[in-house]
Ligand binder design. Sequence first.
Ligand SMILES: CC(C)(COP(=O)(O)OP(=O)(O)OC[C@H]1O[C@@H](n2cnc3c(N)ncnc32)[C@H](O)[C@@H]1OP(=O)(O)O)[C@@H](O)C(=O)NCCC(=O)NCCS
Length: 195
Amino acid sequence: MPGPREAEDARDRKMKKRMKRKNESKREPETELRGKPVSVSRSEMTEIVLPAQTNPLGKLLGGQVMHLVDMAGALAAHRHSNSYVVTASVDYIDFRNPVNLGEIVNFKSQVNRVFHTSMEVGVEVYSENAMTGERKHTTTAYVTFVAIDEHTRKPKMVPPLILKTAEERRRFREAAERRKTRLALRYGTDRKRGE
Ligand SMILES: CC(C)(COP(=O)(O)OP(=O)(O)OC[C@H]1O[C@@H](n2cnc3c(N)ncnc32)[C@H](O)[C@@H]1OP(=O)(O)O)[C@@H](O)C(=O)NCCC(=O)NCCS
């Protein structure tokens, strides 16, 4: 049977252990997240345009392109964050050239910049005529995804991005400008969020 002194020591040890656990759980998760290179998120998706996806002129519907852009973007965000992600906004998408019935359409995506819980993903779309081999850049889009904790269903921190090339650094810089605009639209210019 432990004496009062031993019992007190055991209580102290237990308390110290509990405090240590508490402090560890309070630590900012971002300090524990290791950076990942852009190449980890780089994704590619290929589709062939079928009649149900086209308008009466035989061109791929804009709504279909947007859906596929969202999917291709989510792949990159999912890969970078290893988390569930939701689409927070699509702030830029343009259609430079139509995609025709029967053509192959390629979606290329990558994380351009990580903020805290959100990431900007760039998606580029190319059409390819398999009969002639001709390829065209048809669409560019910027989509922001937020990583969601699988238990709390709340936004969670995303690992930082490691930049290796001049092109990656350019995309990273430009993403900051786009974020200013999209957050001003969401929260108003008087509220600074996450800057
Ligand atoms: C996106 C969402 C998670 C943001 O949640 P919230 O409670 O507003 O959280 P916060 O204000 O803390 O913002 C979280 C992050 O989202 C970013 N965000 C919010 N709205 C945004 C927008 N319109 N554009 C870009 N980023 C946005 C914030 O900047 C913040 O990023 P940061 O942590 O990197 O700084 C929430 O609004 C939501 O769940 N929306 C619905 C998403 C959805 O259903 N999408 C379609 C199906 S996938």
